[in-house]
Design a protein. Sequence first.
Length: 136
Amino acid sequence: MTKTEGIDWIDLADVRLEEQPRYRWGEWRLRPRFGDLFCKRYYYSISLDSCLGAAQILDWIAQISHKSWATDAILADLVRALDEIIDLQGNACGWGCEPPDAESRIRRRLAGKGINLTTEKHNRRTRRANTTAQNV
């Protein structure tokens, strides 16, 4: 700490900053209350309870890649969002293998971030909304 004209200055390198939860990655928004990633611009939702294993996650990435609106930036942001939310290598596909307890690891990770997994009723609504946006 240094003093300048009666003011204590703290060396910023010594201050630990608390990590703030992130909710936005480009066009994608994390909606913890609904348990989904939502692309508001194209009104498209990915329910995180359908991302409980490596194959499911890869399926979503492939599905989005086939959308006419899926730019490289939208795909990159989706992968970054999924990685930051789920910790893909730590919980879904580290060393190229899905751990046998991947689903429980991912569920714990989501719960630890305050993300509600959705109900079947919400999943049906999401599927209907996505069907209308599917070929846009």
